[in-house]
Design a protein around this ligand. Sequence first.
Ligand code: FA5
Length: 326
Amino acid sequence: LREEAVAEIGVVEDLTALQGMKVKYLGKKGELTTILRGMGKLSKEERPIIGSLANEIRSYLENVIATKGEELEEQQLEKRLQSEKIDVTLPSVEPMVGATHPMIAVTQQIEDIFIGMGFEIAEGPEVELDLYNFELLNLTKEHPARDMHDSFYITSEILLRTHTSPVQVRTLQAKEGKVPVRIICPGKVYRRDDDDSTHSHQFMQIEGLVVDRGVSMGELNGTLLSFIEKMFGEGTEMRLRPSYFPFTEPSVEVDIYDPERGWLEILGAGMVHPRVLEKAGYDPERYTGFAFGMGVERITMLKYNIDDIRQLYLNDLRFLKQFQSV
Ligand code: FA5
């Protein structure tokens, strides 16, 4: 029995088979156990001899199995090390590196420029009350200028904001008549415009508002020129054109000069209308202010020479990869 077992264990090739051997010879129903169980039938004289012999064989086999087990484990480890070897000289797969979306990059640049001029960042809701989007900005229900903002209404009093200007009123109300007020507010706005190469039904604006004693049109001009030079380069030309917004008086449209494309409009601005100040709890006799609102897509397109606004929303990696270093 011993020799038979040793021979059989010797050719075993893996740990599962070895476990099988253990059961076969040493297990409860194993051959050796059967012999030990049958001892009762033996004579008194035979019992100790066969007993010690069986025990000797048992411990011998246990030993053989343990040694074989170690050997097999070692072999297995060796095999794994061989198969999992890493060749560090192989060329690697180039990792996909993400990049900041140009719209985010430009928004951050604009924020940084204004923070550098002492502005704070304000926020307001995208789902807005008609009261803030129009009414308190001097755009009464009958006002023809409401047509310029073809809106997505949710109820007759609630809509998706058509511009970031409602944040002017919200900020002034929150400040409760205190000055100075110097904020910018980046955010999404929505209009029922047909999508084309320069228009989108959802786009981004950055609103600006300054209210204090003695704020003048000259300060508006200086602030915007300073911003434009930082954004588009020293010496970039800017011009103000008279325009009309119900919430500013006087109102202007601001253009910058691009050597290839000529004059391009980038934002609307003006001195905050006294009625807007008054409705928000500020005495227009004591305080004046200016405000502006720019389209972030238009600025991004100008800065990076993008000719179709839709490129900014398609998430085409071939387009976005060009901005990896921005
Ligand atoms: C306004 O929305 C005013 N609230 C701006 C303002 C603020 C004036 C404060 C005075 C004081 P306007 O409708 O012109 O103005 O829009 C401002 C800018 O948003 C435009 O110059 C343009 O850059 C951008 N814009 C307007 N419509 C779209 C559109 N459909 N898609 C992309 N950009 C647009």
